[in-house]
Design a protein around this ligand. Structure first.
Ligand code: ZN
Length: 218
């Protein structure tokens, strides 16, 4: 297929399917080297149901998984995606893994529900956001540079493809719900990123220390 054909296809729909792993030039964003893996790549089960919302999404919400812990190899990260899907879809009875995308310690981007699909990761924001989970517990430690870059590349890609509003607001999960997610260290990091938006600052300040929390951490 020609480059133009690929471009046109990518403009028509699910661009994440247009960038299979291992393809030369499979960068998802100009300047980025991240690769976007499909659901099939990590062995996802079918979603029970898929509900779409009209984009572009005005919010990007960052999570950590807490559990599973950080993964380093691609086989381990694929396993982590499957375990999160098991937890959400089987144990909790949701339609699918809750997040729009996962980021592994291998620097890969894993398609969860994908763009423009209603998620299950942040009540009130599920039909207007892209939910990105950085796999691991990032309360104390900072994710490695390749993970942070992959998350940034994914956002840049989403904006360039029209899935994310160019004036999007970047939030940590804790800003929209009583949770320590995405972990204090990661939250500190994303608060320095472009488009990070301060909301609910009094709620954050009033929240008890993360270590005392017994709420679900992701
Ligand atoms: Zn979360």
């Amino acid at each position: 297929m020609t480059a133009l054909g690929l471009l046109l296809l990518s403009m028509m729909g699910y661009s994440q399917h247009m960038q299979p792993a291992g393809t030369e030039g499979g960068a998802v964003a100009s300047g980025g080297r991240s690769q976007l893996l499909s659901r099939a790549d990590w062995g996802a089960r079918m979603a029970k149901q898929v509900d779409y919302f009209k984009g572009p999404a005005p919010y990007v919400i960052i999570h950590h998984s807490y559990i599973p812990a950080a993964c380093e190899s691609t086989p381990d990260c694929k396993r982590s995606m499957r375990s999160m899907q098991d937890f959400h879809q089987v144990d909790r009875g949701w339609n699918d893994i809750g997040y729009s995308f996962g980021i592994g310690g291998d620097g890969m981007i894993y398609t969860g529900r994908g763009f423009n699909v209603v998620g299950a990761h942040a009540p009130k924001y599920n039909d207007k956001s892209v939910g990105i989970v950085l796999i691991g517990d990032w309360q104390i430690e900072l994710p490695p540079p390749c993970m942070l870059q992959a998350a940034k590349d994914l956002i840049t890609f989403g904006v360039s493809q029209g899935y994310i509003d160019p004036a999007y607001k970047l939030l940590g999960h804790r800003q929209v719900r009583d949770t320590e997610c995405p972990g204090g260290r990661l939250f500190q990091e994303i608060s320095t990123w472009p488009h990070f938006t301060q909301v609910n600052t009094t709620d954050i300040a009033a929240a008890p220390p993360a270590a005392k929390k017994i709420e679900p951490k992701h």
